[in-house]
Design a protein around this ligand. Structure first.
Ligand SMILES: [Zn+2]
Length: 394
């Protein structure tokens, strides 16, 4: 499809805001959905695509790392890293992911021109000196850094300004690893500076003390949220803080630990023993169901890092379903939930004026979720960019 031309998608059942499907045709133009209603009549000369099945907004991976994901180790050259990020993005798009939120990449790589999903990126991780985000520094020596370390409120503000100056769309702040690493004053300084600059803040908080600090500081999203108590989740719901539970990655680590235990992965310090992962996974399952009960908006994010495939959003959606979400709600965590994490109402929903990011599934949402079925078609055309994309699975 081209800009300035109409593209019609005729004959599908479209997901309407609210979660119901209804017969509706779509007209896409200039990167947005220009019309959505049943019985549209294409003008002669416009492109017409007959679709069968379920038409949904393009999927959003709310927690990814474009340069970090991949089965292979990190390349040791900049060109290699850029190529890895580009390949990852193209794989994501083919899986129906039309928008991503990159919450931490080697300095600059997320800004390299690339095909694939629209990318809202944090650029580097902002963290304490030696904090969570610096673990790979030695292994990736010689490459631009993944994390920008800070100590004290002023340094945290400066680290936030650096990301904004680089062009970051949001700020990623990590508050803890095994223990708390950032003070409430530092977190508040970083969040306030980001908000002053019009950037939302994604807070990595995976212990209850860090979750308290993130809520208190006014974070927009909490990443992982391990150990969140029902009271914390109620505060998050009241404050409109989105939870990105990244449930699949923990299940995956447990699976990996079990295989390592059985001798399948060999001698490695990582992952920690099976019992630790079993306890973590069990606790996190509870967090997800408590979050649903508390009315917290959930966003699907893979946290695919090294060793993981970048196009694994279907695994997170399936995991959310297994943890109790109805299939359609698990999918909506990857559409409306992702848009809520981004703070962008122009995405994640099929409505007039929204981005023309559309996927077509030829199976029911239930089967799509349970069997991790990929979309048969992916349309992408985002506003403000001279870019339009139409992809049909081979
Ligand atoms: Zn992450």
């Amino acid at each position: 499809m081209g800009l300035g031309e109409d593209t019609y998608l005729l004959g599908g059942r479209a997901l309407l805001p609210g979660g119901e499907f209804a017969a509706a045709d779509l007209r896409l133009r200039n990167g947005v959905i220009a019309e959505i209603e049943p019985g549209l009549r294409p003008a002669s000369g416009s492109a017409v695509v007959e679709v069968t099945g379920f038409v949904m907004p393009g999927l959003i991976d709310a927690h990814t790392h474009v340069s970090w994901a991949g089965r292979e180790p990190m390349p040791n050259t900049w060109a290699g890293v850029v190529g890895r990020a580009r390949g990852n993005r193209l794989r994501m798009l083919a899986a129906g992911v039309t928008t991503i939120r990159d919450v931490g990449s080697l300095d600059g790589v997320a800004f390299e021109p690339s095909g694939g999903p629209a990318c809202f990126c944090a650029n580097q991780i902002v963290c304490a000196v030696g904090g969570h985000g610096t673990e790979t520094a030695e292994a990736w020596a010689g490459l631009p850094k993944l994390a920008r370390e800070a100590r004290g409120a002023d340094a945290f503000r400066a680290a936030v300004r650096y990301q904004a100056d680089r062009g970051a769309h949001l700020v990623k702040l990590t508050l803890n690893a095994a223990e708390l690493e950032v003070t409430p004053e530092e977190a508040a300084a970083a969040v306030n500076e980001a908000h002053r600059l019009g950037r939302r803040v994604a807070c990595h908080a995976s212990i209850p003390d860090a979750i308290d600090i993130a809520i208190e500081a006014g974070a927009d999203t909490i990443e992982h949220g391990n150990g969140a108590t029902p009271a914390q989740l109620r505060r998050m719901a009241a404050a409109g803080i989105v939870l990105v539970p990244t449930a699949w990655i923990f299940e995956r680590f447990l699976d990996e630990a079990r295989r390592a235990d059985a001798g399948a992965v060999g001698e490695r310090a990582w992952p920690p023993p099976v019992e630790i992962w079993e306890a973590r996974v069990a606790a996190h399952r509870e967090v997800v169901s408590d979050a649903v009960a508390a009315g917290v908006v959930l966003a699907a994010g893979t946290d695919a890092i090294e060793g993981c495939d970048p196009d694994s959003l279907a695994d997170e959606i399936l995991t959310l379903h297994r943890l109790g979400l109805e299939p359609i709600d698990a999918l909506r965590a990857a559409t409306e939930g992702g848009a809520a994490a981004l703070g962008d109402p122009g995405r994640g929903a099929l409505r007039e004026g929204a981005a023309a990011d559309v996927v077509v599934f030829e199976a029911s949402p239930r089967d799509v979720v349970r069997d991790r079925i990929r979309p048969a078609m992916v349309f992408q055309g985002y506003c403000g960019h001279v870019k339009a994309y139409f992809y049909v699975q081979a």
